[in-house]
Design a protein around this ligand. Structure first.
Ligand code: URA
Ligand code: SF4
Length: 205
């Protein structure tokens, strides 16, 4: 399984964005509403990579427009980063979910390694087009997409490290917490949020 045959090898971000809707690189296109491609200027100095679109994003077709996006917006502002100056995308472009027992709600499922690897050609193509100074991975799924499956966000977050061999070889990458972790946190919510802002400040510097 790979998105490779669907990714145009030339053209702009808009050409990629148009082509992603034809992707059948893994099974996730079947149940999702639509592919959600990255958004932002092709001149951005920072590319931020999330996990996959959530329920809202799947419906609206834009990244980070739901609850996690609101946390991200706040954290970016606090770190002195303008949202409209960064390029925001996800490691996986289609929403993976499971229906609740009565079928009413769609429950997020973490994408597996197979889906992350299958979708990586889209992410690689976006990052090549934007050619940022730094890629910021939000959460473990994105961090593993760039650094490989052995990467541990708990030990290596907040530091700029070069991506190993592979589609992202040589890119400067900084991994941090996913904004959803702030939403899930209970007693330590302020701490988790402060950690995200601190890492984004490193990225901004
Ligand atoms: N979570 C993500 O990782 N990406 C989105 O676009 C929205 C929520
Ligand atoms: Fe293609 Fe990625 Fe969607 Fe899978 S998740 S169908 S690889 S765009």
């Amino acid at each position: 399984m790979s998105a490779e045959p669907y990714v145009p090898d030339r053209g702009t971000l808009d050409d990629l964005r148009a082509a992603v809707h034809t992707c059948r690189g893994c099974d996730l296109y079947r149940d999702a509403t639509q592919a959600v491609f990255g958004a932002g200027p092709d001149t951005a100095r920072l590319v931020l990579v999330g996990e996959q679109p959530g329920d809202r994003e799947d419906v609206e077709g834009e990244p980070f427009v739901g609850p996690a996006g609101r946390i991200l917006d706040k954290a970016l502002a606090e770190a002195g980063i303008a949202r409209d100056e960064v390029y925001l995308t996800n490691a996986v472009k289609h929403f993976k979910f499971q229906r609740s027992e009565r079928g009413k709600t769609r429950i997020h499922k973490t994408p597996g390694r197979t889906e992350v690897v299958a979708c990586a050609p889209w992410l690689a193509a976006e990052i090549t087009r934007v050619d940022p100074e730094l890629v910021v991975c939000l959460g473990a799924t994105a961090a593993k997409a760039l650094h490989g499956p052995k990467f541990r966000i708990t030990t290596d977050r907040g530091r700029v490290l070069p991506a190993p061999d592979g589609p992202f070889a040589g890119r400067d990458v900084l991994a941090t917490t996913h904004p959803s972790a702030v939403l899930r946190a209970r007693d330590d919510r302020d701490e988790v949020y402060a950690g995200l802002v601190a890492d984004l400040r490193v990225a901004a510097a």
